[in-house]
Design a protein around this ligand. Structure first.
Ligand code: 13P
Length: 399
């Protein structure tokens, strides 16, 4: 073993990233198996048997396909409880299953949705009619994904900030999720502007994302890299822009240091907006200008897709902002990975009643289609509800 490890170290020095990108060598997280191989046949070290590189690139491109985006339906059981409570339902597995069945089986959803992020429970769950949820998604031409982080906990030594758990055991979990049908992963960490952000919190967020991304790729899952810069705060848009530049610089520094294949990742950023408690409001054009300036400065064009979170924006606001970002060609697919901005009306319309399932699915399809049009830069507001039209009018968009 000692001599195998020595050979491994010696041989590793001659392998570079371009070989990894070609998918031919350096299985980084598998030192033991490489060493085992190497002790049998030293030349085996340079062959990355079973590399996922080509598949990762293909998966990322499929998710980032024109006119489509991601349905984030990966609420943890605690968050699902809050959503169900808002419509007077108990947080039981049966209620979560009924709601998630409604979402994934909306007819034709795959015309607008390319990927669905699931919570672990849903990856192993069946619909109310006993079909595997993963199979329903695949039939709809939607790639199943999985939330793999284990949530936020206080970051000791910081300014009351948090860090994201979940790296322990991640290699075996991602391997099992792949077996179960998942093809991409999500890890959400957060950065708080009012609390700093401290250099420690930003570094921890970026490093955790990079380790997660490398481990996910090693097990065949395209990592969605999500450092959510929280909307909370009174800061102006300029301050958000400054913080976002710092965060994305560190994220890409550590992604590169961890030899992550950029062609096989997707990003999930927050849009650059004023803080939720700021007196300043920004138009979709301003949000688009700041956000695209940030992305052009920080995101290599090798990255196939940018899938924004909605972060508490209203449904219409999230669609308008996305539409504004797609008025001229971008180096990457610029799209959505919304939870609340796709689901709010759907959930309310359903209200937990079987007779409302069709209307709720129609609401989901309408929002998905509106965002699909926004991905193509062609959203007009046509068909929006009276309430949404009022909001469009106030924002200066009347159709
Ligand atoms: P929202 O679109 O509701 O912000 O959620 C997206 C998400 O998955 C956050 O991690």
């Amino acid at each position: 073993m000692a001599s195998a490890s020595a050979t491994l170290l010696k041989s590793s020095t001659i392998l570079d990233k371009s070989e990894w990108v070609k998918g031919q060598s350096l299985r980084q997280a598998s030192i033991v198996s490489v060493a085992r191989c190497n002790s049998i046949n030293p030349s085996a070290l340079t062959i990355r048997a079973g590399s996922y590189a080509d598949e990762l690139v293909k998966t990322a491109k499929t998710v980032a396909s024109p006119g489509r985006g991601i349905l984030a339906m990966d609420e943890s059981n605690a968050t699902a409880g809050k959503r169900l409570d808002s419509i007077g339902l108990e947080n039981t597995e049966a209620n979560r299953q009924a709601y998630r069945t409604l979402l994934v089986s909306a007819p034709g959803l795959g015309n607008y949705i390319s990927g669905a992020i699931l919570f672990e429970e849903t990856l192993y769950q069946s619909t109310v009619d006993g079909k595997k949820i993963v199979d329903v998604l695949v039939e709809q031409n939607i790639v199943p994904g999985i939330k793999v982080d284990k949530g936020l906990v206080p970051l000791v030594g910081s300014n009351d900030e948090s860090w994201c758990q979940g790296l322990d055991g991640l290699a075996s979990r991602t391997a099992a999720y792949y077996q179960q049908g998942a093809r991409f992963a999500k890890w959400r960490t957060v950065v708080s502007i009012p609390n700093g952000p401290s250099a420690l919190a930003v570094k921890e967020a970026a490093w955790g994302l990079a380790r997660y991304a490398a481990i996910s790729q090693d097990n065949g899952l395209v990592p969605i890299v999500e450092p959510e810069i929280l909307l909370d705060g009174e800061h102006n848009i300029e301050r958000n822009f400054e913080v976002a530049q710092k965060v994305w610089a560190e994220v890409f520094f550590y992604l590169a240091e961890n030899n992550v294949l950029f062609e096989g990742i997707l990003l999930k950023p927050s849009m650059v907006t004023p803080g939720a408690e700021s007196k300043e409001r920004a138009t979709p054009q301003q949000v688009a200008d700041y956000t695209l300036k940030l992305l052009r400065r920080r995101v290599p064009s090798a990255v196939p897709g940018i899938m924004f979170l909605s972060g508490g924006q209203s449904e219409v606001e999230a669609t308008l902002n996305l539409n504004a970002m797609n008025q001229s060609p971008n180096p990457w697919h610029v799209s959505f990975s919304y939870a609340r901005a796709l689901q709010n009306t759907t959930l309310k319309t359903w209200g937990g009643r079987a007779e409302n399932v069709k209307a709720a699915q129609d609401a989901l399809l309408f929002r998905a289609k509106s965002n699909s049009l926004a991905q193509l830069g062609k959203y007009t507001g046509e068909g929006e509800s009276d309430e949404a039209n009022k909001e469009l009018f106030v924002k200066g968009y009347s159709y």
